[in-house]
Design a protein. Structure first.
Length: 258
């Protein structure tokens, strides 16, 4: 059984993969100050909740966008499973062809690899997490480019922290864009605005990709279902895309050594 770990800015997601199937997952808050012992203790508790013994884990692979937690996390994973983890971009290349002056974030590269194999190319991946990202993959599977904007919850939290009278809200799609109270006003701006910005960015991305045929649009990330319910330009929602990608990369590494 493979332990696939997605380290994001808000949460660390632990997924248990049996072959290509995700059998269960759990998460921890991403905390820079947490020790290897604390992470390991929560990891053991999560495995116990899923009915999995540490001895059943035959490998671990990690994709991270949070370098400060990696020493403690790698140590914890090694202690719990008895095997050193494989880290994307350190031990193994994600396998996404592209030309750029700097590396693409490991999470985005893994998602592009997974989406390409699962849905075919060309495609666009929209990831609605702490940040919202847009990534475009060409018909030949190479990475074309993308963009980053503040995530929906990140934007709402910033608005709440930096204004004196605006309330914190639950993220929900409002019944109208003509809000009559502060909560609805913010929901319109945050959620309806997110749908609108994603639609515009998707349209402009398709134009710049210049492909002759259809371009599939895949949404992932924790807030993808909220947006996709009101976005007919999204073809599929795949919340486990990065975990699937980690399994694919680990399998390739086992077979080829790279």
């Amino acid at each position: 059984m493979l332990l696939a770990i997605d380290v994001g800015n808000s949460n660390i997601v632990f997924g248990l993969m049996k072959g290509e199937t995700l059998v269960g997952s759990f998460r921890q808050v991403t905390d820079y100050d947490r020790t290897a012992e604390e992470i390991g203790r929560e990891l053991r508790e999560g495995l116990k909740t899923l009915g999995v013994e540490p001895e059943e884990i035959t490998g671990t692979i990690i994709a991270s966008v949070v370098p400060p937690v990696m020493d403690a996390l790698c140590a914890a994973a090694g202690q719990v499973t008895g095997r050193p983890p494989l880290v994307v971009d350190r031990d193994v290349d994600p396998g996404l062809p592209y030309e750029a002056e700097e590396r693409l974030g490991a999470d985005r590269a893994v998602c592009c690899v997974a989406a390409s194999q699962k849905y075919g190319t060309p495609l666009i991946i929209l990831d609605f997490g702490t940040a919202t990202t847009v990534d475009a993959v060409a018909p030949d599977g190479s990475y074309l480019g993308g963009c980053i904007l503040a995530g929906i919850r990140t934007s709402v939290n910033a608005l709440f922290r930096n204004t004196a009278m605006l309330p914190q809200i639950d993220l929900a799609y409002p019944p109208t864009v003509l809000g009559r109270d502060a909560v609805t006003h913010i929901q319109v701006g945050a959620v309806v605005g997110a749908v609108g910005s994603a639609e515009y960015l998707t349209r402009k991305t398709k134009e710049e990709m210049g492909c002759d045929g259809p371009i599939r649009v895949i949404a992932t990330g924790g807030l993808a279902p909220l947006v996709a319910r009101h976005a007919d330009f999204i073809d599929a929602v795949d919340p486990d895309l990065i975990l699937d990608g980690l399994q694919m990369i680990y399998q390739r590494y086992q077979e080829t050594g790279k």
